[in-house]
Design a protein around this ligand. Structure first.
Ligand code: SAM
Length: 340
């Protein structure tokens, strides 16, 4: 179908893992090791630093640099949260729902098998920082740990099999957490992999609802009617976002999905807005240079916290990347935290 065709015309992205190699060395090695990848170019992406762009169809899975964890196959839009989060070297950060979802891996032509927000944040905070990474799914957490080890981030990331909603935000261990990245389970309706699932399921005549999501513990089959399923995801996303905002010393919280549904995106932000304002948060204009913003049609109810213009959307048909949504909440450091 045309969705699959449109996906195959996307550029392929790979993030240079600066924990292991500098961008300059990576580019040198890329040209030395892969004369066959003549068209491979380092593209100084205006939105995502350290991102390598290859022509559509390039398959880097077997590349030695990928195997060594120097290059991480990560779609451009899935790099947005760690960039928009704006953590600094040495920060303590929570990655609330950290493990890679697995649906997309079953699609053989899907280019990114190691999504990597945790390792991306680890590269940002560096050796002096800490990333507390939670996931409720044991098998996925194992994959996360393998990715973290491969990326050389084992000393920075503390990965725990825990339901994020049960994490005690007042635990002294998290007293210095200044940023929280929340990328919870979603319908995945903005991604090619799940569009692929959708197309396959549609071809089989199955009823699917927005689909391909990775709800903790779920085995993947879509049985609930679409609207009920998306509403259930939105209810979880809202709870998780409220929990993320409640870390006492947090100054920045990013919320992201790879869904196209307003219900999982702008409306989640609207639902938490009153509480976020009470806690001193407003929306920051995330990735200010990015062109596609939150839905104007959803702006009612967002004015007080900053407006739909603050939000980021990516459209998999129009933009050269997967469908995505990002919101960034920011507040001044709490009193007493200034001298950190
Ligand atoms: N950010 C990840 C990456 O870059 O690879 C992808 C995260 S994926 C979209 C969402 C994850 O949330 C899944 O691995 C799922 O197991 C996890 N999850 C769902 N419910 C959770 C909960 N209550 N607590 C912690 N993790 C949860």
């Amino acid at each position: 179908g045309d969705l699959v065709a449109s996906v195959s015309t996307h550029s392929r992205h790979a993030r240079v893992n600066v924990l292991k190699i500098s961008v300059a060395d990576a580019m040198k090695r890329l040209s030395r090791l892969s004369p066959a990848l003549g068209a491979f170019e380092y593209h100084a992406d205006p939105h995502v630093p350290n991102l390598v762009v290859a022509p559509p169809g390039t398959d880097l899975h077997a590349h030695a640099m990928v195997k060594r964890g120097e290059l991480i196959l990560q779609g451009k839009s899935s790099c947005f949260p760690a960039v928009a989060l704006g953590a600094r070297a040495g920060w303590h950060v929570v990655d609330a729902c950290a493990a890679p979802g697995n649906k997309v891996r079953s699609i053989h032509w899907f280019p990114y098998d190691r999504v990597g927000e945790t390792t991306h944040v680890a590269a940002v905070v560096g050796a002096g920082g800490r990333v507390f990474a939670f996931d409720a799914d044991r098998a996925r957490l194992r994959r996360l740990k393998a990715n973290v080890a491969s990326a050389g981030a084992g000393e920075i990331v503390v990965a725990r099999c825990e339901d994020f909603l049960s994490v005690d935000v007042n635990d002294p261990e998290y007293a210095e957490v200044r940023a929280v990245l929340l990328d919870p389970s979603c319908s995945g309706s903005g991604t090619s992999g799940t569009r692929g699932d959708y197309l396959l399921a549609a071809a089989r005549g199955d009823v699917v609802g927005g689909s391909g999501a990775d709800v903790a513990g779920g085995s993947g089959a879509d049985v609930a009617p679409p609207d009920a399923r998306v509403a259930a995801l939105a209810a979880f996303q809202t709870k998780a976002l409220l929990h993320a905002l409640s870390f006492p010393s947090a100054e920045r919280v990013s919320y992201s999905t790879c869904s196209v549904h307003a219900l999982e995106n702008e409306r989640v932000v609207k639902t938490v807005a009153p509480r976020a304002l009470e806690l001193g948060y407003t929306l920051e204009k995330a990735l200010p240079a990015w062109h596609r913003r939150g839905l104007e049609s959803e702006s009612a109810g967002l004015e007080a916290i900053g407006g739909a213009e603050c939000l980021v959307r990516a459209d998999q048909r129009e933009d050269d990347c997967e469908g995505f949504f990002v919101a960034v909440f920011a507040r001044p450091p709490p009193p007493g935290a200034a001298e950190r």
